[in-house]
Ligand binder design. Sequence first.
Ligand code: THU
Length: 137
Amino acid sequence: MTLNLTAEHKMLLALATKAQKNAHAPYSNFHVGAAILDENAQHHACCNVENAAYPLGQCAEAGAISAMIAAGSKQIKQILIVSPNNNFCPPCGGCRQKIAEFANAETEVHMATKSGDIKTVKFTELLPLAFGFDKKD
Ligand code: THU
């Protein structure tokens, strides 16, 4: 799977891996990185940020989405999540709903392992029938 990485995959993987190194995850010791390509061809990355009050911890995807919004963009074209091990790290249920807010039918979700294998799915495969006020079907 590592053989067919596009330049965009490589860019997202590099940015997510860089952010992952700064993860604050002293409770789970599970360091995650996420990077987004938005509709303006800008990139945004973040890591998970845990808290001693466990439920206050934030996933890497949520931080990357916040960075995208702060930069003035609104659409997730692609999002890559890099795992700390050689299993893929699919976005948690809460993050799927957070991604849904800024995704469309073309949005791609890439999951990367520590060794650089990448699996890609359409976002709609991860959260079919997503809740949203503007959904007609
Ligand atoms: N985590 C993420 O950052 N993204 C995911 O998609 C799954 C889980 C974080 C949350 C927590 O800090 C740690 O991984 C263990 O669940």
